[in-house]
Design a protein around this ligand. Structure first.
Ligand code: ATP
Ligand code: MG
Length: 595
């Protein structure tokens, strides 16, 4: 077999799971975000896939395999071609030799909706749920952490079709249960959290997070188990505002106070008495750029995901279908439209539209106020002039209150929970391994996928979609389950259950015993490796630990007493077991572990 372990960590890896998979020879980097799954890894991935498949099949979903090469026409129909190729640029797209645009599938809503449009005619065919397990392609901005964020990776993606939202909810709940079982069976410690449904809208979505420091997502949750959400979506009660020390509206010189901290210190006022005004630039899918000023309480931060959703809602007012991107305009971006230098750090909610010029941009600011700033009295805010603020200001007296009141604040650890204000939000890091989504009719409406209902009417199909990152999950388990010596695979997804190490291969008795154990174990379905390499025993033990095979059998000294040493990888517990008992013992352990 191909077994190449490395003594040194490779420089490309920064987190333990990535280092270990490379060192133990499970994966090999071929290019940025592109990995070869070597034989050991492929066994792990097939086991994870099989668990996913079994749990999907148990819900009545059917497996299929959709093309990875997708024609641009489908993406034009759904309206996602530009977003995926230009704005986010996450889709690998190119022209074929006939000059037709095609793309490598990052996801399959378009393909499956086209199939349903052609093949589902009647309510009698519903509900329907198809899934596949396949390589996906995404040109990630920052591929990293090995299989956790690759540009080619394995995903299970499923799509369900329904007559109505109630039927969708049933399948969604089945998926919730199926996903929990998949993760439990794979040996992952996880948390299901409320997730942002983004521009797709829909009535709900949930992510499954494998808890680990290396996770790119932040999860906020309460100890009572009643609330858990991705920070992108999380809501909470902000701390109460302290009373403003000002009662008179006036303009004050406040030199060198462009930040909330410096201003609060200078004016000797609490940050909660300040209204800060933050500028963002939104670009819509018709290339219209729009500037938005968000007024929010000084101690709070804008949650850009929530703001994106608010800006996406405004798309129709700018003759657009959706939002392409939202950025904080840097100096370079400001040059394109700023008629004069902006009073950055000193902007008020009423910053004049005169600052905007040029054809490329909407001539007025959109103005929004966050719920935290809407009831403030006698507040401090920018005077639209560098080094000046106003104090003692009130909405609708000194400033027109923005018409759009929103929740765009970032919930923070320590905030009180909405469901029970005696609970405070705790924080954890997570690796998103699954996402289930009630899509509704977004794709079916855009692509004309309808069915005939019981009353003979043509109505759009109601859809759900459900993804699991199979390769990401496999590595995430390693991130949770390893020690200084190597990987500790849960038995259910280990590449092999048992490794037999022969310390001295020139000892015929040891070799023969190993060989017959190897044959018998494999015959019983206990997947077993035999390390008969002519290497020092120490090297072989080190490799066995690094590979992370759950049980190690050593045909060594104890053979004289008719015994072998059996070591459990997770606990390093060693015991001598009689040759005629070792098979039944291991069979029992493996069966118990897999359940
Ligand atoms: P992320 O927020 O991490 O970029 P996503 O929201 O784009 O993920 P989905 O489109 O919901 O991901 O895809 C379904 C699942 O596929 C994710 O839950 C994740 O497990 C996996 N996945 C997504 N992108 C990658 C990637 N670049 N590499 C490996 N797995 C991925
Ligand atoms: Mg997601």
């Amino acid at each position: 077999m191909l077994l190449v372990t490395l003594r040194e960590d490779s420089a490309e890896a920064v987190i333990p799971s990535h280092k270990l998979l490379l060192r133990a020879g499970y994966i090999r980097r071929i290019g940025s975000g592109v990995y070869a799954y070597l034989p050991l890894m492929w066994r792990v991935l097939q086991k994870v896939s099989q668990i996913v498949r079994e749990e999907m099949n148990a819900t009545g979903a059917q497996e299929c395999l959709l093309p990875q090469l997708q024609p641009s026409e489908l993406w034009q129909e759904s309206g996602r071609w530009d977003t995926y190729t230009k704005a986010e640029g996450i889709m690998f797209a190119f022209a074929d030799r006939q000059g037709r645009n095609v793309a490598m599938g990052p996801t399959h809503e378009e393909v499956i909706t086209a199939i349903a449009r052609d093949m589902v005619r009647s309510y009698r065919q519903l509900p329907l749920h198809l899934y596949q397990i396949q390589n996906k392609f995404r040109d990630e901005i920052r591929p990293r952490f090995g299989l956790l964020r690759g540009r080619e990776f394995i995903m299970k993606d499923g799509y369900s079709f329904h007559t109505d939202p109630e039927s969708l909810k049933e399948t969604y709940q089945d998926m919730d249960k199926a996903y929990r079982r998949m993760l439990e069976r794979s040996g992952a410690e996880y948390r299901a959290v409320e997730a942002d449904s983004g521009a797709i809208g829909g009535s709900g979505s949930q992510e499954f997070m494998v808890l680990a420091e290396a996770g790119e997502d932040e999860v906020l949750y309460t100890e009572d188990g009643q609330y858990a959400a991705n920070v992108e979506k999380a809501i909470s009660l902000p701390p109460d505002a302290e009373t403003s020390p000002f009662s008179q509206y006036e303009k004050r010189e406040t030199p060198n106070t462009p930040t909330i901290a410096s201003l609060a210190k200078f004016l000797k006022c609490p940050p909660t008495a300040i209204v800060k005004n933050v500028l963002y630039e939104a670009v819509y899918d018709n290339n219209k750029a729009v500037l938005v000023i968000v007024s929010i309480r000084g101690d709070q931060d804008v949650n850009e995901v929530k703001l994106q959703n608010e800006m996406a809602k405004l798309a129709p007012s700018f003759e657009a279908k959706g939002l392409l991107e939202l950025t904080v305009p840097d100096a370079e971006a400001q040059k394109k439209w700023a008629a004069k230098p902006l009073p950055l750090g000193y902007m008020g909610p009423d910053l004049s539209d005169d600052f905007i010029s040029g054809k490329e941009i909407h001539p007025q600011f959109v103005r929004m106020v966050d719920e935290t700033a809407v009831d403030l009295e006698n507040f401090v805010t920018g005077a639209n002039e560098t080094d000046y603020h106003v104090v003692g200001a009130n909405w609708d007296k000194d400033f027109k209150k923005p018409g759009i009141v929103v929740d765009v604040r970032t919930a923070m650890v320590g905030d009180r929970a909405v469901h029970d204000n005696s609970q405070t939000l705790q924080t954890a890091r997570g690796i998103e391994v699954g996402h289930i989504f009630q899509l509704g009719t977004k794709y079916s409406e855009a692509m004309g996928a309808t069915y005939t209902n019981e009353n003979g009417e043509e109505v759009p199909l109601v859809m759900g979609c459900y993804g699991v990152g199979v390769s990401r999950l496999a590595q995430a388990v390693v991130e949770q389950s390893h020690d200084k010596d190597g990987i500790i695979w849960p038995v259910a997804i280990a590449p092999y259950h048992v490794i037999i190490v022969v310390p001295n291969v020139s000892d015929d008795k040891a070799m023969n015993a190993a060989q017959s154990l190897y044959d018998e174990l494999n015959a019983l379905g206990i997947e077993t490796l035999l390390d008969d390499r002519d290497e020092r025993a120490g090297v072989k033990f080190k490799d066995a630990d690094l590979l992370g095979i759950p049980y190690r059998i050593v045909t060594g000294r104890s053979l004289k007493q008719g015994k072998v040493e059996v070591v459990q990888r997770a606990t390093k517990e060693a015991q001598d077991i009689a040759l005629d008992e070792v098979i039944t013992t291991l069979k029992q352990w493996v069966d118990e572990a897999i359940g």
